[in-house]
Design a protein around this ligand. Structure first.
Ligand SMILES: *[C@@H]1O[C@H](CO)[C@@H](O)[C@H](O)[C@H]1NC(C)=O
Ligand SMILES: *[C@@H]1O[C@H](CO)[C@@H](O)[C@H](O)[C@H]1NC(C)=O
Ligand SMILES: *[C@@H]1O[C@H](CO)[C@@H](O)[C@H](O)[C@H]1NC(C)=O
Length: 328
């Protein structure tokens, strides 16, 4: 009887706190690395989610056919639902470019292109924070590069102006939008201000655009034909980086390095939920990939970048891509 009670006690205590001191040490190390602070209730809730995520990450990394690895990052204490609510576009977007206006040159194309290495054309990776404003970072990233290629001057452009002011073009601030619609806004608004003049807050705010401070301009918007990934390649190879959207699923949250490839995500215009910037492409061990600039800071992925499999409309990445023509 005594033994049974003892066993039951040990079992109950373990079920309440199934974590060893070493586990907690590891969690606290991660907390300090990413400046996380919790009250006591939240601490145990986050500890639990952290180890759920860590189990998924370890399980994935033990697999032998992976094209990419997973790792801990600033999102490791979040469930995918929480992540989705704070960082992704939650509503389906209107990408309607059934036939785009990009004119392909039909190659031949270089085997690899990386706009980061071709000149001072790509700004540093930025961080959108907890606001569904990925589309504004994809937009500024693309216009920054397109303008720099045309003028040899690399400016940092304002995401917050797009968050606060681009509503008339079906954009919704921290609740989502699309680069093609943001380029349209910049075109008809006659300009976008710089990051310094209109700094990022990660919150919806009142439009404070000042026409005399406009620093970059769009002459026209070029949509790439829906699902035509070769057209995307042509644009990146012969012109400039290209904005695109795709569907993020829970495995992507933990991406660390390698070529991301998934059977979980869907591939149509209705399901894309994140916008980013293709700055080049290449091939690794027979797998072609895009080089992509994300907006989740430099501690995520490969210094803020990721590779995603190219050539099969992976996660709908060819569903709604576009770029602006600069006015200089
Ligand atoms: C490009 O696509 C957007 C939708 O994402 C649409 O509003 C716009 O009219 C299109 N522009 C052109 C030039 O086809
Ligand atoms: C899609 O377009 C329709 C019609 O212009 C608009 O009412 C709706 O809000 C748009 N959806 C999004 C997510 O922007
Ligand atoms: C989406 O994926 C399915 C299954 O792999 C494929 O049959 C379909 O052609 C794809 N659709 C698009 C638009 O890429």
């Amino acid at each position: 009887m005594k033994v049974l009670i003892l066993l039951l006690t040990v079992y109950t205590v373990n079920a309440l706190h199934p974590f060893s001191e070493e586990d907690e040490y590891q969690f606290k190390l991660w907390m300090s690395q990413f400046n996380k602070v919790y009250d006591i209730d939240e601490y145990y809730q986050r500890l639990y989610i952290f180890f759920e995520n860590k189990r998924k990450i370890d399980h994935h990394n033990e697999g032998t056919h992976n094209k990419f690895t997973m790792g801990l990052n600033q999102f490791s204490d979040l469930t995918f639902d929480e992540f989705k609510r704070s960082f992704l576009l939650t509503e389906p977007q209107n990408c309607s470019a059934t036939k785009g206006s990009h004119v392909s040159r039909n190659g031949p194309y270089p085997d690899a292109v990386d706009w980061r290495k071709m000149g001072n054309y790509v700004t540093d990776v930025k961080n959108q924070g907890p606001c569904g404003s990925c589309w504004t970072f994809s937009t500024t990233g693309c216009l920054e590069s397109v303008t720099a290629i045309a003028t040899k001057k690399l400016l940092q452009l304002s995401e917050q102006q797009l968050v606060d002011c681009a509503q008339d073009f079906n954009n919704h601030g921290c609740s989502g939008g699309l680069p093609s619609q943001a380029f349209e806004y910049i075109k008809y608004n006659n300009g976008l201000m710089t990051e310094d003049d209109y700094p990022y807050t990660a919150h919806d705010g009142k439009c404070k655009f000042k026409a005399d401070l406009a620093a970059a301009f769009v002459k026209d918007v070029v949509n790439i034909t829906k699902y035509d990934e070769m057209e995307m390649l042509d644009a990146v190879a012969t012109r400039n980086p290209v904005s695109f959207a795709y569907e993020v699923t829970s495995d992507f949250m933990h991406y660390h390095d390698g070529v991301y490839s998934s059977t979980d995500c869907r591939n149509t215009t209705e399901t894309v939920n994140h916008a980013v910037l293709a700055v080049g492409y290449g091939e690794e061990k027979g797998t072609p990939y895009w080089i992509v600039k994300n907006s989740w800071g430099t501690s995520w992925g490969m210094k803020g970048y990721f590779f995603i499999e190219r050539g099969k409309n992976m996660c709908g990445l060819a569903a709604c891509s576009s770029y602006p023509l600069p006015m200089v």
